[in-house]
Ligand binder design. Sequence first.
Ligand SMILES: [Zn+2]
Ligand SMILES: [Zn+2]
Length: 336
Amino acid sequence: MKKVVITSPRQAEVVDVPRPKAVGDWALVEVKAIPMCTEYKAFAAGTPSQHLGHEAAGVVVEVAQPGRVSLGDRVAVMPFHPCGVCALCVSGDYIHCQQAHDYETYAGTPEGRATYSEYLLKPDWLLPRIPDGVSFELGSLALCGIGPTFGAMDRMAVDTFDTVLVTGMGPVGLGGVVNGKYRGARVVAVESIPYRADKARELGADLVLDPADPDNLQHIMDLTGGLGVDKAVDCSGVVAAQRFCIDATRRRGQIAFVGECYDPMPLTISPDMIRKGLTLHGSWHYNLSLFPKVMQVIEGAPVVSQLISHTFALDDVQQAFELSASHQCAKIILTP
Ligand SMILES: [Zn+2]
Ligand SMILES: [Zn+2]
């Protein structure tokens, strides 16, 4: 089977590797749509990478035993290979599983673990079905396109009475605009790249701010009667944007951090937390029980297809990576 590897800075290749076999409750999925995510960082840095991607949709083509999926099922492929039996997994919060399977030990091969590939292996309980009327491309948005901000907004119970700030209009943040509007909220987006700022407007953002504007806090206060936004979701992973979420959210408001970041953010407990009464959430992906609702957004939000800006064949992955690294795109989908 074909899979994508990164060999050197800004160089991706399609190589041929043995196809894995279904084993235990891990089913073999023929991949039909691969949303590109943060893998462009490894592409740009030239980090040699053999196993790329964590998002996909496809068809079950082989099972090793009777289980939760059948041959021909059209499925979304959820991330990782968690244990499936710990309290976190059983509750649906498998993304936080602390005893994930060692892939190679369970699968008997290193191949099939990643999604930039023609086939992959996945525990059958992480292959929820995509409704018949939903394409593989749109179904794959149940992963990072729509999923992470759905999880964040579900935890904060974002609704039509809210003004929601979403910082960072990469594909995840753009999905935040879709989710916020689907829930009836007023959405304020923050983005510096004109292509992505325009895309946020196209998806329904009510106000789009440029992070370079020194008056952004004032713009938020003007919009909210001097109070601040009710809820905020950082999808940028940039410290200045995280801090802006703290400053722009009203007293007793809530903030979810979705964008990955390993740099410290300045936070002072009394003024930022105690006196302001903020609730901060670390929000990684979403609870598996929410999958039907995520699919409801994908089926019901009229703008959701506009979240996909480009589609490339797997063989054209080099070109797709160059575009992804340029940020002149929303979600890019590879089709094997
Ligand atoms: Zn677990
Ligand atoms: Zn992703």
